[in-house]
Design a protein around this ligand. Structure first.
Ligand code: AGP
Length: 609
């Protein structure tokens, strides 16, 4: 969590940094701050969103500063306040740091520094970093002092340091928290992710763990803490600025929901060969022998990505007949998991930076297991740490509530299940049919999106309810979980997802005339069972909103409101049924006056445990 930003060049650093922070605000929005230097050190930081800080700044007055750092915070240690906001400075007000991550041994370092009379003012773990650097800076250059300090830190950090004694440089260091340097024309931009860099340059270098960079406006030096000076290659970002603009939508979330016909296509583009009934997933990097040896697949993920993993379980078990387990990343690593030869671990993560998922990946790798990843963010830590994988190509997802990444993850999982099924029982003719149906999905998603106004009307009716139940069966059970998660995270309404038949084992006690129950009820082989579950809700006066297939008239007898979606093959159903649930959650949240893109207490990528 937290977004950090650094700039050195010839522009007004305060403007570049504040604009960059605005792009990173999805990573946390509890406080924001900047530090600038030429011959002095200017710091301004405020609790609350970046707009709070922005209104305090006189950009023309700050124009002489061409070097600076900035921070947008998701609080871990210490409440959101002006004092706990970053940047933090040393006792002499000579150097400043912004930090993303958690310093686990901060209390021990704090105690030692206090013995040396360091005045540590905030409750944060981060402030000790700058006092530790100050301690070494009496005898060493800024880069050396940072290197000496970071080897004392336990935990994770992406950090940038400036000094008024050496205003012509920025020092950046990384261990476990993402950081990249954009190489501009006589300027350098450092950021937690590419969204704050892309408007300046596409040329970037991703810092590796335990690396420290000394960055000047026209060159840089990279040091590995063990190996010393290292060469680093420059990479090119392959998307453009439009991808991270709202383009007329009120919220990023709505834009991202509406992008799904295109993002789903991007997920399968170039990966299907319809004439031959073939799926190509080159990034898997598995030999024939390794593919044939797979006895079990373990999906590991968090949140929405975990829901996609559950869908993967249904797909791969049914079509490829390989046993699958789905693990919460946060539980997996502490559970002494049993991993054997023939196991394949696949981690799923939109951001590629989720700390729990990354730790689970490392745990599996340490046991000699191959780990693949299904990720969105190119070059993210998880993609670098895994042995191979598949990008979902959904483009930047800015709304904290994941929408297009979910459908893109499911698209890739459908491809993966067909790819594996082809090597087992499924023949190429069957694959051809599935490919044909998959290719038709974007058009069907567009049809559902054209019902947006109708879904908004339903949201209007239910927006003041305090609880919702979401019920689905089979491959649509994870969709029920996802619908409930969307509603609770952006509208703060309590919502639960259940397998529809489980309702009678407990949740049915909650049902009365005030309980809206959203049923995902496509006409598949368990449709009639779902109708029976609806009966049970109706008998207790619950209100039913049904997601049903076009042409289904039977359901009218049961449901108070029906959102029709085009019928599709069961395998593809989650790509269709989740869309109305995303829109329903979105409209309820907007009507309740919630900040849809930045819900309280959440952040886009959870880079702390
Ligand atoms: C989804 O809407 C969430 N905000 C959250 O559950 C998210 O899916 C989870 O934190 C995992 O993130 P990742 O996919 O980037 O690893």
């Amino acid at each position: 969590m937290c977004g950090i930003m650094g700039y050195i060049g010839s522009k007004n650093a305060s403007e570049v940094i504040i604009n960059g922070l605005a792009r990173l605000e999805y990573r946390g929005y509890d406080s924001a701050g900047i530090a600038l230097t030429n011959k002095d050190l200017y710091i301004n930081k405020k609790a609350g969103k970046i707009s709070n800080l922005r209104s305090e700044l006189d950009f023309s007055e700050l124009a002489p500063y061409n070097t600076g750092i900035g921070h947008t915070r998701w609080a871990t240690h210490g409440i959101p306040s002006d004092l706990n906001a970053h940047p933090h400075s040393d006792c002499k007000n000579e150097i400043a740091v912004v930090h993303n991550g958690i310093i686990e041994n901060h209390s021990a370092i704090r105690q030692i520094l206090q013995k040396y009379d360091h005045d540590i003012k905030s409750e944060t773990d981060s402030e000790v970093i700058i006092h530790l650097i100050e301690y070494y800076y009496e005898r060493y250059s800024l880069a050396e002092a940072v290197m000496k300090a970071v080897v004392r830190l336990e935990g994770t950090y992406g950090l940038i340091v400036i000094s008024k004694r050496e205003p012509e440089k920025l020092i950046a260091a990384r261990n476990g928290s993402p950081l990249l340097v954009g190489i501009g024309d006589n300027e350098m931009i450092i950021s937690s992710d590419a969204s704050a860099i892309i408007e300046h340059t596409r040329k970037v270098i991703y810092l590796k763990d335990r690396e420290v960079f000394e960055i000047k406006r026209d060159n840089f030096m990279a040091f590995d803490l063990e190996k010393g000076l290292v060469d680093r290659e420059i990479e090119e970002i392959d998307w453009n600025i439009e991808a991270i603009e709202k383009q007329g939508y009120d919220y990023f979330m709505l834009k991202e929901i509406f992008e799904q016909p295109e993002t789903i296509s991007n997920g399968f583009r170039g990966r299907t060969v319809q004439d031959y009934g073939m799926i190509r997933l080159d990034g898997l990097r598995l030999s024939e022998e390794e593919l044939n040896e797979i006895n079990r697949i373990i999906f590991i993920a968090c949140g929405t990505s975990w829901h996609a993993g559950l869908i993967g379980e249904y797909l791969i078990e049914e079509y490829a007949r390989i046993p699958v387990e789905v693990e919460y990343a946060s539980e997996f690593r502490y559970r002494k998991p049993i991993l054997r030869r023939g196991d394949l671990v696949i981690v799923i993560s939109q951001s590629g930076e989720t700390a729990d998922t990354l730790a689970a990946l490392k745990e599996a790798k340490s046991k000699g297991i191959k780990v693949l990843s299904i990720c969105n963010v190119v070059g993210s830590t998880i993609t670098r740490e895994s042995d191979g994988g598949v990008y979902i190509h959904a483009g930047p997802e800015i709304g904290v509530a994941s929408t297009k990444a979910f459908t893109s993850q499911v698209t890739v999982l459908i491809l993966l299940s067909l790819f594996l099924a082809r090597r087992r029982d499924m023949n190429s003719e069957e694959i051809k049919v599935y490919i044909e149906h998959l290719l038709a999905i974007p058009e069907k998603v567009s049809q559902i999106l054209s019902n947006n106004d109708y879904i908004r009307d339903i949201a209007e009716i239910y927006k003041d309810k305090s609880n919702f139940l979401y019920l689905g069966r089979g491959i649509n059970f994870p969709v029920a979980l996802e619908g409930a998660l969307k509603l609770k995270e952006i509208s703060y309404i309590h919502a639960e997802g259940y397998p529809a038949a489980e309702m009678k084992h407990g949740p049915i006690a909650l049902i009365d005339e005030n309980m809206p129950v959203v049923f995902i009820a496509p006409r598949d082989e368990i449709y009639s069972k779902v109708l029976s579950n609806m009966e049970e809700v109706k008998a207790r006066k619950g209100k039913i909103i049904a997601i049903a297939n076009q042409g289904d008239n039977d359901i009218k007898e049961y449901a108070d409101h029906i959102i029709y979606v085009p019928p599709v093959r069961k395998m593809l159903s989650p790509l269709i049924t989740v869309i109305p649930l995303q829109l329903l959650a979105y409209h309820v949240a907007v009507m309740k006056g919630c900040n849809v893109d930045q819900p309280r207490n959440l952040a886009k990528s959870v880079t702390v445990e």
